[in-house]
Write a new protein. Structure first.
Length: 324
């Protein structure tokens, strides 16, 4: 199925001298610039009953603009009855607490069984919203909070807010090694030169900034609170590995088990069996894309993360480290 989009309006005088695509972006802010440009090129936009296919054509003010287009449904993906932990929901957005071992979007090796498939089942109307409303992603084995848009207008505004760094995302993590103080990692991230499924710090990458502070120190590990200034693929994992403190359990970026000397048997076993990166999206804060209300959500780390922290704390105490 597809949603029919039909809009007719007069070009305001404030658009005198502006290009058609710029004018449409001002007149119809519910839609992204890229979508509006696609409609222009496809012949879905008329100016004074004349189809215009050049985005650069200048406007004078007073013209009648008509958009007559279709928003195609995400027909490639099926709705699946997969349980979602919904933290918040209204007519425009929903916030979920994603568990480990759940992929966000279908892709190579994961054609279904994803958050997107679950969203289509929970909100069938999302089949006309690009990517079923997904605004940002978490890695398969990263847990925590994600916001999803339920309408095109909400998605457009959230994507813009993300690009303007107006959405705050904070994480908790357990890293290998003892970190004495917090700091900032400001290093560009791009595709790894030889491992095409991995990312790496690269002078040819995109600007990437991660802030971190120390929450607790153990004998050979550190619990961190991190805040993303940018949102690159695997950003926290790559940045922590780059400063020689890869996350516990990270099979890709060097987080192999590194137990302290004379570690308790329980800690040894748990570090060896912890097969995902110890990373949890614990806080999400944003301005509602429609009402403008400031909203914040918190989610405690999952059980496996808490057990890991508890074992590290116990090991430190048993070995005479009282202040951690």
């Amino acid at each position: 199925m597809a949603e029919i989009i039909q809009h007719t309006d007069l070009v305001p005088e404030s658009c005198l001298g502006k290009r058609l695509d710029q004018t449409l972006a001002q007149m119809f802010p519910d839609y992204s610039r890229s979508r509006l440009k696609e409609w222009i090129l496809a012949g879905n936009v008329r100016v004074n009953d004349t189809i215009i296919t050049k985005a650069r054509d200048k406007m004078y003010g007073g013209e009648t603009i008509t958009i007559d287009a279709e928003v195609e449904a995400e027909v490639r993906f099926e709705a699946q009855d997969i349980k979602l932990n919904i933290v918040y929901e209204d007519d425009d957005i929903l916030v979920i607490n994603k568990p480990a071992d759940l992929v966000v979007h279908p892709g190579a090796g994961n054609p279904d069984g994803t958050v997107l498939n679950a969203l289509l089942h929970h909100c069938p109307q999302l089949d006309v919203v690009p990517r079923a409303g997904i605004v940002h992603r978490l890695d398969k084995d990263t847990t925590g909070l994600m916001v999803v848009a339920k309408t095109i207008a909400a998605q457009t505004n959230l994507v813009e807010a993300l690009q303007l760094r107006e959405i705050t995302r904070e994480y908790e993590a357990v890293a290998n090694g003892i970190m004495t103080a917090g700091g900032i990692v400001d290093e560009p991230i791009g595709r790894h030169s030889t491992k095409r499924t991995s990312m790496a710090v690269s002078p040819f990458g995109r600007p990437s900034v991660t802030h971190f502070r120390v929450m607790e120190k153990y004998r050979l590990h550190t619990r961190l609170r991190l805040r993303l200034e940018t949102g690159r693929t695997h950003q926290i994992r790559v940045h922590m590995s780059h400063i020689t403190h890869p996350l516990v359990g990270d099979q890709v970026y060097g987080g192999r088990p590194r137990p302290p000397k004379n570690a308790t048997p329980e800690l040894l076993d748990y570090l060896r069996s912890f097969k995902r990166q110890a990373l949890h999206a614990t806080m999400l804060s944003l301005f509602h894309p429609i009402t403008g209300e400031e909203m914040t959500w918190h989610a405690e780390p999952p059980k496996d993360f808490k057990i890991l922290v508890g074992l590290l704390q116990s090991d430190s105490k048993l070995n005479g480290v009282e202040e951690y």
